[in-house]
Ligand binder design. Structure first.
Ligand code: S0N
Length: 274
């Protein structure tokens, strides 16, 4: 029998829902009337929720999704696109979704895009930067930039090309066509396709499988995958994790203890591994 999935609120927001089920956090864009297009506030709220997920040691995996079953996200809300970015209540134009993309990549926990319906434009890029994507049969994917006067030449182009290859990525951006879930699976853009009524159940089952695994191993793997592609920022992430592991060792603690005890550290007892 299918598991009864109950989602408990973590924090109230205006444009997203932020809930948890055990060690799984779910961040869901709650603007179904515009196919979950994002405003600067939506993005700011997702950034805050992601930051909470990073800092909560009981959260091991994050689901990113959209409410309503008809759209994951349709990108930037064109009705608030102004001169130089998307404009919020403070009247300042922003492209703060770029900060969210970097955050999804660097958070040391797997992020799964759970896609029903449209994943379009900046919404498509959001699923691209997630670690895994599980799609419902009604999912449709595509970029619209050159059609609506924009483009994302960052992860939206280069990382997309890493996933589907240069020719396909250029096709996706140059033609602005839409691709169904099976086509997305065939090009390696998503990990699995399931019926819409099985989408959450399957995603949660994948989350449980991930939660059974070693969190430090997952953390090291995510930063290792990133390091190859992300230049100095990727190396910094991987090296930060190496430092975290080193801090856990008796050898590193000897350095700190010697300083606090005002003595010369004795590293002689620690092996010089081959
Ligand atoms: C998703 C589409 C294909 C769905 O078509 P469908 O099913 O016919 O529904 P519609 O009737 O079109 O939509 C239902 C209602 O939702 C509104 N709506 C849909 N998408 C948006 C949107 N993005 N912004 C505002 N409203 C939206 C419709 O208007 C409709 O409302 P009503 O019922 O009142 O008429 C289709 O909807 C579609 O093509 N949508 C637009 C997709 C799009 O072009 N998105 C923007 C792409 N650009 C970005 O996302 C930029 C992201 C960004 O921030 C960025 C980042 C880095 C670098 C650059 C950028 C950059 O600015 O490009």
């Amino acid at each position: 029998m299918a598991e009864q999935i109950t989602w408990t609120p973590i924090k109230e927001f205006r444009e997203i829902l932020f809930t948890q089920h055990g060690g799984i956090a779910k961040i869901s864009i709650n603007r179904p009337q515009v196919h979950n297009a994002f405003t600067p506030l939506t993005v700011q709220e997702m950034i805050e929720a992601m930051d909470i997920c990073r800092n909560r040691t009981d959260i091991g995996v994050i689901i990113l999704t959209g409410e309503g079953g008809r759209a994951f996200c349709s990108g930037g809300d064109q009705s608030v696109r102004g001169h130089g970015g998307y404009v919020g209540e403070d009247t300042v134009p922003r492209l703060n979704v770029l900060d969210l993309q970097k955050q999804i990549r660097s958070i040391p926990k797997p992020v799964i895009a759970m896609v029903a319906g449209w994943a379009i434009g900046g919404g498509h890029v959001l699923h691209v930067v997630c670690d895994l994507t599980i799609a419902a049969e009604n999912a449709r994917f595509g970029q619209t930039g050159p059609k609506v006067g924009s483009f994302d030449g960052g992860f939206g182009a280069s990382y997309l090309a890493r996933i589907v290859g240069q020719k396909k990525a250029r096709e996706i951006w140059f033609l602005c066509d839409q691709y169904d879930a099976q086509e997305a699976l065939d090009m390696g853009l998503v990990n699995k396709v399931v019926p819409l009524d099985k989408l959450e159940e399957t995603t949660v089952a994948w989350c449980h499988k991930i939660l059974e695994k070693s969190p430090l191993a997952l953390r090291m793997l995510k930063s290792s995958f990133n390091a190859e592609l992300d230049g100095q920022a990727g190396i910094q992430e991987l090296a930060g994790n190496a430092t975290l592991l080193y801090y856990l060792s008796e050898e590193a603690k000897e350095g700190k203890n010697a300083f606090l005890e005002k003595r010369t550290p004795d590293f002689s007892k620690y092996p010089k591994f081959p």
